[in-house]
Design a protein around this ligand. Structure first.
Ligand code: NAD
Length: 483
């Protein structure tokens, strides 16, 4: 019988009274690692009440003292990077190197949140009228919650938790039920910090647990990261209950390959973006739009690259790409490759039906390259979220930008070019919130907002940096006169 995961509420690990549990599997080996409870609404209520009780005292702890816990957290995370990275690889499938990279980006958010004493400052004026002064302060919102996806189980909770508590809020995390083990270990480390009970909570579960969070009157702000249909539903439901919401959705990121691009670099960097993490990054490049003469050389070089990547278990030496997250996900991605073929695309490198020796039960889809995908096809409008790169061919930059801007998503768009004029035009005109110029994964550093647009984001304040501080605080303006 595999291990049952507990919730962390009011400073204690508590067994869930859930009627149902879901298996957490290692996608490379198909081994069941643990069972995650689908926690009922009563447990969300317990977490929210514990957080509410803790809030009155926590908000009064000076911010310079609150961030001391984050300095300790940073040190603990550094000490446990290898162990956490192994865990990420085991439950999520990405390579060990990718898991370490993910943690580095998470730790960077802890570092930035350590600067909250300056970031949270307000502003003021003397004499807005004679003898009258005006001040703006930032105060915490109260109890806040984050609902996170499977694909970055270490980094994404850290987009939210450090800022939320540094600003004086109490925090509830509902991690993905597919990858809850990293969150469990993170909370074991948080438990070692000696935070007052109730400041941070972990509640496992899926849809019903999330709905209980959205409906709970004591929870004032919701941060969500996941697929677009769920992001939309969460945005609506939480907003309807008067909460502030930031909901990051799915993506299908395009890259333009200009004929003047450094083709060796473009192919290497685009392949890393499209096939790294088995294509399960919200900043993965999924569509390559080749302009003019770029097409044939790009396709030929990318086909070599895709066919040559070493696929396997991410903890094994030399492996460059791991499996997708579940057996259903493998079937879905393979089904979409078949659909692309039916819709008229050419399968140049076919990753379907392949096995990794020693890991026959793993959910592997090998790197796949599609050419001449019809721009209006169903597959083109679907987020594949697997190691599939689709190539489109256009005549000129005008047409390429039109194709980039015709999409429902707007998480990221990239261009590969050696022309400053092309780069500038693209940067100015592309309809996406994160732009890469000769970059494959334009992930903003923690001191910049993670700026998805269109159907990749619902809300206004994004994750990370100053946006996070604004999201987790409410402004209070004081006008005062003293005789
Ligand atoms: P998902 O939408 O299936 O799940 C995300 C979270 O929502 C999980 O915690 C899950 O338990 C919960 N959930 C699922 N269905 C729900 C429902 N009907 N009602 C309420 N809650 C529900 O996403 P996923 O498969 O875990 O993650 C992959 C998706 O996340 C991709 O679409 C990817 O593009 C996106 N993503 C986006 C970003 C970004 O920054 N925009 C970052 C990472 C991942």
């Amino acid at each position: 019988m595999s291990e049952e995961l507990y919730n962390y509420i009011d400073g204690q690990w508590q067994r869930s009274a859930a009627a149902d549990y879901v298996d957490v599997t290692n996608p490379a080996t198909d081994e069941v690692l643990a069972r995650a409870p689908l926690s009922p609404a009563a447990e969300v209520d317990r977490a929210a009440q514990a957080a509410q009780r803790a809030f009155e005292a926590w908000r009064r702890v000076p911010v310079v003292e609150r961030v001391q816990y984050l300095y300790k957290l940073k040190a603990l995370l550094e000490e446990h990077v290898d162990e956490l990275a192994r865990l990420i690889t085991q439950e999520c499938g990405k390579t060990f190197r990718e898991s370490v990279g993910e943690l580095r980006r998470g730790i960077e958010n802890v570092e930035v949140a350590c600067g909250t004493p300056s970031l949270i400052q307000g502003y003021n004026n003397e004499d807005i009228a004679r003898g009258i002064d005006e001040h703006m302060f930032r105060q915490p919102v109260g109890v806040v919650a984050a609902i996170t996806p499977f694909n970055f189980p270490g980094m994404i909770p850290l987009w939210f938790l450090p800022y939320a508590i540094a600003c004086g809020n109490c925090f509830i995390l509902k991690p993905s039920e597919k990858t809850p083990l990293t969150a469990r270990r993170l909370f074991e480390l948080l438990d070692d910090l000696g935070l007052p009970p109730g400041v941070v909570q972990l509640v496992n579960g899926a849809r019903e647990t999330v709905e209980a969070i959205l409906d709970h009157p004591a929870i004032r702000a919701i941060s969500f990261v996941g697929s677009t249909p769920v992001a939309k539903a969460i945005y609506r439901r939480a907003a309807d209950r008067g909460k502030r919401v930031q909901a990051q959705g799915g993506a299908k990121n395009p890259v333009i390959i200009m004929p003047d691009a450094d083709m060796e670099m473009a192919v290497r960097v685009v392949a890393e973006s499209a096939y790294g993490c088995a294509g399960q990054r919200c900043l993965a490049l999924a569509d390559a739009i080749t302009v003019g003469d770029a097409h044939d050389l790009f396709l030929e070089m990318m086909a070599d690259r895709a066919a040559g990547l070493k696929v396997g278990y991410g903890l094994d030496e030399g492996v460059e790409m791991g499996p997708v997250i579940t057996r259903e996900s493998k079937a879905r991605v393979e089904g979409l490759i078949a659909l692309a073929e039916q819709e008229g695309a050419r399968v140049v490198v076919d990753g379907r039906g392949k096995r990794v020796p020693g890991y026959e039960g793993g959910y592997f889809v090998f790197p796949t390259l599609l050419d001449r995908v019809p721009p209006e096809s169903q597959v083109e409008r679907t987020e594949i979220f697997g190691p599939v790169l689709s190539v489109f061919h256009v005549r000129d930059m005008e047409e390429a930008i039109r194709l980039v801007n015709s999409r429902q998503y707007g998480n990221m768009a990239s261009i590969f070019t050696t022309s400053g004029a092309h780069a500038r035009r693209f940067r100015y005109e592309a309809n996406a919130g994160n732009i890469g110029i000769n970059i494959g994964v334009a992930a903003p550093m923690a001191f910049y907002p993670f700026s998805g647009w269109n159907e990749s984001f619902f809300g206004d304040l994004h994750a990370q940096g100053r946006h996070a501080i604004e999201f987790y605080t409410q402004t209070k303006v004081v006008v005062e006169r003293w005789g």
